[in-house]
Design a protein around this ligand. Structure first.
Ligand SMILES: [Zn+2]
Length: 448
């Protein structure tokens, strides 16, 4: 038993009634409550207001955290571990989104079990060193890719058991699923126990039928769905709406999440509201990927001059963020994820949910919902990932805590590099970020 005293925990991560604002004059700007947290083994067993009368002498050890900000272990709801850290051998040129798809498609013959294991292991050590305790990755799964990645992730799931929950989603293009690759996609997903079927639907007259069939396959597997949806500024891209309609039409019984949903923000507001009502009725969780959307959307160039491959870059205006506030107002569960890391889509990132949190606050103006804001990398992500107890500091939750060297939320927002320590079980654990130099010794795949 270990009692950690005076931890300032975000209200969003506390159980009732502790999650109610206190009487402090700055409660709106500093929405946390100072609590004493008791850990027994690998679980939190008690949380109480530090100012409440002590129930008696605490059994076991006591550590006074001194009134610093403490988050629960963090969740990363949307990543691509099969693609990460390929930047050095397959960098993006960034003329547009589809070019990045092609660059990674050309690299995917290299995605053997050992290759994915090496890169994903680096990624998970980074995520763990930043305080991540649960992570969901999409894995390209089709005729050309998936066997190595699924096998690598199954090994990593076993190795990280007890520290980090790892979930996999089989990602495929709908034209692959309906172009003769469905059996392989389903077989790999079943063999490696994928958490969900993924895929990126495209608008078109066949979409409702396609969604019905993918839902039938997921129902057969007994898994949920997690789609890449409407990652563009095309007004007619309404795959989110079609997915919600399909969930309701099929009475699909498993969890469904939709990531990106960028085009929602360029649609007619009344139409978008209707879509969100359908999303709410269908119980779909919405995942925003603000960092990659900021990087990839709104990208434009002038026409290329003769002899040049690309024209001069133009300043981006539309930044691709989905209707996050409108989703929240509609009562939809939302979360934010980091998406791609150091691959052709985006050459940086480090699997750090604090970076995702701080940047999401800035990009989506979540300062207007500050008390709610930590939920995008804690409770919201846990709800979408189906991990009860995660993302909360509550009795029964895993005893994983992120202890910041900051007393105020606005100090953390001001200085994202604020040092952190981590509690795992009853102890502080080591935090060793892997060095990028490690990657210098990785074998180079044969050049094509
Ligand atoms: Zn993605």
């Amino acid at each position: 038993m270990h009692l950690f005293r005076r931890a300032r925990i975000p209200l969003a991560c506390l159980p009732p009634p502790l999650n109610q604002p206190g009487n402090a004059p700055d409660a709106a700007l500093e929405p946390w409550r100072e609590c004493d947290v008791t850990v027994d083994g690998s679980r939190i067993v008690a949380v109480r207001d530090s100012q409440a009368p002590a129930p008696g002498s605490a059994p076991g050890r006591t550590t006074d955290l001194g009134g610093v900000l403490v988050f629960p272990g963090l969740l990363e709801v949307h990543t691509h571990l099969d693609k990460c850290h390929t930047w050095d051998r397959a960098p993006g040129v960034h003329s547009d989104f589809w070019e990045s798809v092609e660059i990674l498609e050309a690299d995917c013959p290299n995605w053997t079990e050992e290759d994915v294991y090496r890169r994903a292991d680096f990624a998970l050590r980074s995520a763990w060193a930043h305080g991540t305790v649960a992570l969901r990755t999409h894995l390209n799964t089709n005729a050309r890719a998936g066997a190595g990645a699924h096998a690598a992730l199954e090994r990593l799931q076993a190795e990280w058991r007890g520290r980090m929950q790892l979930q996999t989603v089989s990602l495929f293009a709908f034209q692959e699923f309906f172009g003769g690759e469905a059996d392989r996609i389903i077989e790999l997903s079943a063999r490696h126990r994928a958490t969900a079927l993924g895929g990126f639907p495209q608008p078109g007259p066949d979409l409702p039928r396609q969604l019905d069939e993918v839902m039938a396959a997921a129902r057969e597997l007994g898994v949920g769905l997690d789609f890449h949806v409407d990652e563009s500024d095309l007004v007619h891209a309404e795959c989110l709406r079609a997915t919600a309609e399909a969930v309701l039409r099929n009475q699909f019984p498993h969890p469904v999440a939709c990531g990106h949903n960028c085009s929602l923000s360029v649609q007619d507001p009344a139409r978008a509201r209707e879509t969100l009502a359908l999303v709410k009725a269908a119980g779909i969780g919405i995942i925003a990927l603000p960092l990659t959307n900021l990087h990839l959307q709104g990208r434009a160039r002038q026409p290329a001059k003769p002899g040049q491959r690309f024209g001069a870059p133009r300043t981006p205006q539309w930044r691709g963020l989905t209707l996050l506030h409108e989703c929240i107002d509609a009562g939809i569960t939302v979360a934010c994820g980091g998406d791609n890391v150091r691959d052709a889509f985006i050459g940086w990132g480090d699997f750090d949910p604090v970076e995702v949190y701080v940047e999401s606050v800035r990009i989506a103006q979540l300062d207007t919902r500050l008390a709610f804001s930590p939920s995008v990398v804690t409770t919201g992500a846990a709800a979408i990932m189906g991990l009860p107890g995660y993302g909360r500091v509550a009795p029964g939750s895993p005893a994983d805590l992120v202890v910041f060297s900051a007393r105020k939320l606005y100090s953390l927002l001001a200085r994202p590099a604020t040092p952190r320590r981590f509690i795992h079980g009853e102890e502080f654990r080591d935090t060793i970020l892997p060095d990028f130099d490690e990657q210098l010794s990785w074998p180079r795949p044969p050049s094509r």
